[in-house]
Structures are given as structure tokens and as C-alpha cells.
Design a protein around this ligand. Structure first.
Ligand code: KIV
Ligand code: ZN
Length: 513
């Protein structure tokens, strides 16, 4: 692979992805995801925004301390404290990068920053120099570049390259660009900036018009050699360019694009499942590459064609993106060693024997209810266990629900609130409604339910149901998760998990506010 044809994949699931409302992740969850991204051979992992909160700092640091094969990056505004905090979090990284940014569009400079263009240039150059004093690998982004003036971008980019920036990122922050125009902007920047050959040009596209992947493809066609993207297209508002779609477009249309990435595509589906299970954001069935229907052929004509020759209707194989890879099945007779080794392959290791024994106990309980345990069950089991372990205030002790034709469903439950058991019962329009009302009669949180979704994790009626409950309270949005073969119990767990998250005070700075 010649270097000039190689596109660097910069994954920002853990940073921009986490900016999706309710998608916040714990340090351990982020570490698990980072290990999967490293296994997938992502070049750069943006692990977070170190100054956002002590928790974010710890996450970036833990990832920088652990991951060896991918470059670990922290975002920072063009401010001293941000840059220094990013440098501190990355101190032990095998390969670390500071990503600093400032807005360059007239509307952002005037109303958000309230800074003159001259001051913005000065601040950008200062920030890049300060970051270069801490680390060799510095990326600079022009926030809202797609609404910035070309001449101004040329000026600031030339100066930050002179100051030591090695990567120049052109974000379509508000998802406003269209492919032809965006590609032309990249081509002009590369052509007009005298020292453009001293840096790699990168793009970071949001999906507000559904064009993030198309814009990224147009940009690499015009000479950009880094693409910032996220698994499942997670990200602020409508999300970012989806990693799986971009990577598979390059691979499938190598004939016309002639570009490559280092990504091991067989790790895409496991990564997608992991992120969906950790964040509680289900993947829509018709989502390209990773949706449940992406390789399903419903019509008779298609099925007939597929049997005669798969390429009649398939432009890539399900196996090539990781469907059915790693489907080693465990069952009730599997031992601790097989369980441990499979979990480690899925990115979860156990710090102590007690942790292993507790997870193994839960696995055995599940195996009693469900004969075959798939990777998806194991991923959900870990997410569910972590949700229960984070139960600071509320714990589900027991739940009984009656539901029969012609009768109003009734839920009776016991919840442990800070060490004291409380009982409640409530009727509802269905068993889930009754359960949530009973929990609320104890918690009295005043939250509003924004989303309730149930997904069958595997096939068959003995599948575990994975439930997401999104609650909003005083402007804060959280996603609670629960998994169980009984979907009413999974729903109660998810509601209680969301309440526990709301009860935990997490003050976080948002990089763009
Ligand atoms: O969308 C955006 O502009 C960003 C930058 C911070 C890179 O996320
Ligand atoms: Zn962004």
C-alpha cells in the first residue's frame, strides 16, 4: 500500500460520539471500546476531552496508558488550561496527539467567540505552539470550516502549519456542506496554501443533511488523507460520518477511488454491537453495513439470484464486515476458563477473582435460562452487570407483574433506596407502564420518559431483551440500560439504571459551548 493512497482513520466515537444526548460512557466502558478500536486497527482514537471533567481526564489517561497500537488523542480548545490538561492525560501514551481547535466562520467569531479574525489567528498559533511544547503530534481544527471564508482559512492554516501543526482538520461542524462543493474546498486549500505539503489534511463531517459519508468521500478524492468518523455514525445531533460506511465504500469501490485504510473490517460488527450495547443507542435495522437487515434478502427473486450467484445482489459479504465472525457459542457446561478467555477476546478483563466469579455466576444463571450463549449475550451481560454495579441509590430487589386479558396490569415491586427497602404497586396501561409508575411512586424523580426501546439481542424467543430507557430531568438526558430474558425485568432494570445516572452529579464542560 503506497502511503499516498492510505487514508488515516480517526475514530471519535469516544469524544464526538459521547456528545450525543444520553450517550455518556464510564471510564471502563470507554476502555473496553478503545480496546475494540485498537483491535480493529483504527489509526487514531480520540479518547475524549480531558478538561471536561475529572472523569473525562481519567478516561483519556486510562486509554493512553493502556492502548499501544493506535495513537491516542485528546481534544482541547485553544486555551492554556485545556492544552495542559490534554498533555497531562497523554503523558504515558505510546503515541499521543493533542487536537486543538477554534472557530473560524464569521458567525462563530462574531457571536460565539466575540473575537476579531486577527485575534483568532493569534490564538490559534499560540495554542499550536503551546501544544507542540508538550507533544510532537498536534492537530488543528477550524471549527465551522464549511461556513468559513476560503482566504481566511488559507491564512490561518499556513500560520498554524508554520507553528507546528501536523494535521489540519476541516470540519463540516453543522452538516451544511454538499459533496462537490466540499471536495472543491479541500482541493483549493491544498493547492493554495504554500506549506500544505507539511501537513495531512483531514475532514470531520456531521450528518445533518445525511451527507457526512458522501462529503468525506469527496474530500479524500480531493486529497484529504484523514477522515474523522464514528462507529454507527454516533455523534452530536444527527451524528458524524459513519466509520463502517466510509471504510466499506473505500474498499468496495477501490476500482474508482484507489484508496485504502488499515481497518480490519471483520471487527466492524462486533464494534457496532459493543457501542450500541454500552450507549443504549439501538442500530436501525436498515442501517448500512451494521443493521440487522443489511444482508437480509427478503424477496424470492433476490433469494433465487443469491443462491445462483451471491454477487447478483451483494456487493460485499456479510462475513467481510464481521457478521457471524466470533460466534463461538458457550453453554451451561462451559467452564470458567472458556468464559474468561471469550470475555477477554471481547475486550473485558477481570481485575480480581471475585469479579470473575461474580460475572461467571451471572453467565451460569443466564445459561440455565438460555441454552446457547452468543457473543452478543456476553456483551449485554457485561453492560447489564456494570449498570447494576453503578446502582448507588436505587436497586431492584423484586418485581411481580400480573397481566391478563380483560384486566388492568398491576406491578408490585420492592426497591432498595440507599439501604432501606421500599414497596410500591401501581396499575398501568400495560405491564411496562405499570412497572415504571410503581418505580416512580418510590423515586418521585419527576423525570420525563423520552425513549423506551426493546431489542432482541439474538434470535429465538429465549433471547435476552436489551432495553433502553431515556429520561430527561432539568435539562440532563441519560440512557439507562437493562438486559434480561424477561423484558419486563429488563425494563425495570433500565429505568432504575437511568434514575441512578440522574442521581450521580456529573458536571461536564462541552467543548463547543
Ligand atoms: O464538529 C466539530 O467541529 C468538532 C470539532 C471540535 C472538531 O467536533
Ligand atoms: Zn464534531
Amino acid at each position: 500500500m503506497s502511503d499516498s493512497n492510505r487514508v488515516i482513520i480517526f475514530d471519535t466515537t469516544l469524544r464526538d460520539g459521547e456528545q450525543s444526548p444520553g450517550a455518556s460512557m464510564t471510564r471502563d466502558e470507554k476502555l473496553r471500546i478503545a480496546k475494540q478500536l485498537e483491535k480493529m486497527r483504527v489509526d487514531v482514537i480520540e479518547a475524549g476531552f480531558a478538561i471536561a471533567s475529572p472523569g473525562d481526564f481519567e478516561s483519556v489517561k486510562a486509554i493512553a496508558d493502556t492502548i499501544k497500537d493506535s495513537t491516542i488523542c485528546s481534544l482541547s480548545r485553544a486555551l492554556d488550561a485545556d492544552i495542559d490538561r490534554a498533555g497531562e492525560a497523554l503523558a504515558n501514551a505510546n503515541s499521543g496527539r493533542i487536537h486543538t481547535f477554534i472557530a473560524t466562520s464569521p458567525i462563530h467569531m462574531e457571536y460565539k467567540l466575540q473575537m476579531s479574525p486577527e485575534k483568532v489567528v493569534e490564538q490559534a498559533v499560540y495554542a499550536v505552539k503551546r501544544a507542540r511544547n508538550l507533544i510532537d503530534d498536534v492537530e488543528f481544527s477550524l471549527e465551522d470550516a464549511s461556513r468559513s471564508q476560503l482566504d481566511f482559512m488559507c491564512e490561518i492554516i499556513e500560520k498554524v502549519i508554520d507553528a507546528g501543526a501536523r494535521t489540519i482538520n476541516i470540519p463540516d461542524t453543522v452538516g451544511y456542506a454538499v459533496p462537490e462543493e466540499f471536495g472543491a474546498t479541500i482541493a483549493q486549500l491544498i493547492q493554495r496554501i504554500p506549506n500544505a505539503d507539511k501537513a495531512i489534511f483531514s475532514v470531520h463531517c456531521h450528518n445533518d443533511l445525511g451527507l457526512a459519508v458522501a462529503n468525506s468521500l469527496s474530500a479524500v478524492n480531493a486529497g484529504a488523507r484523514q477522515v474523522e468518523c464514528t462507529i454507527n455514525g454516533l455523534g452530536e445531533r444527527a451524528g458524524n460520518a459513519s466509520l463502517e460506511e466510509f471504510v466499506m465504500a473505500l474498499r468496495t469501490r477501490h476500482d474508482i477511488l484507489g484508496l485504502e485504510t488499515a481497518v480490519d473490517a471483520t471487527q466492524i460488527v462486533p464494534a457496532s454491537r459493543l457501542i450500541s450495547s454500552v450507549t443504549g443507542f439501538p442500530v436501525q435495522p436498515n442501517k448500512a453495513i451494521v443493521g440487522a437487515n443489511a444482508f437480509a434478502h427478503e424477496s424470492g427473486i433476490h433469494q433465487d439470484g443469491m443462491l445462483k450467484h451471491p454477487e447478483t445482489y451483494e456487493i460485499m459479504t456479510a462475513q467481510s464486515v464481521g457478521w457471524n465472525a466470533n460466534k463461538m457459542v458457550l453453554g451451561k457446561h462451559s467452564g470458567r476458563a472458556a468464559f474468561r478467555s471469550r470475555m477477554e477476546e471481547l475486550g473485558t478483563s477481570f481485575a480480581t477473582d471475585a469479579e470473575l466469579n461474580s460475572a461467571f455466576g451471572r453467565f451460569k444463571e443466564l445459561a440455565d435460562k438460555k441454552h446457547e450463549i452468543f457473543d452478543e449475550d456476553l456483551v449485554a451481560l457485561v453492560s447489564d452487570a456494570r449498570a447494576i454495579a453503578s446502582s448507588e441509590h436505587f436497586k431492584l430487589v423484586s418485581l411481580s407483574v400480573t397481566s391478563q386479558t380483560g384486566e388492568t396490569p398491576l406491578a408490585q415491586l420492592t426497591v432498595d433506596v440507599d439501604g432501606t427497602e421500599q414497596q410500591a404497586q401501581a396499575e398501568g396501561s400495560g405491564p411496562v407502564d405499570a412497572t415504571f409508575k410503581a418505580i416512580e411512586s418510590i423515586a418521585d424523580s419527576g423525570s420525563s420518559l423520552q425513549l423506551y426501546s426493546v431489542n432482541a439481542i439474538t434470535e429465538g424467543t429465549d433471547s435476552q431483551g436489551e432495553v433502553t430507557v431515556r429520561l430527561e430531568n432539568a435539562g440532563r438526558i441519560v440512557n439507562g440500560l437493562g438486559a434480561d430474558t424477561d423484558i419486563i425485568i429488563a425494563s425495570a432494570k433500565a429505568y432504575i439504571h437511568a434514575l441512578n445516572m440522574l442521581a450521580t452529579n456529573v458536571e461536564k464542560a462541552h467543548p463547543q459551548v
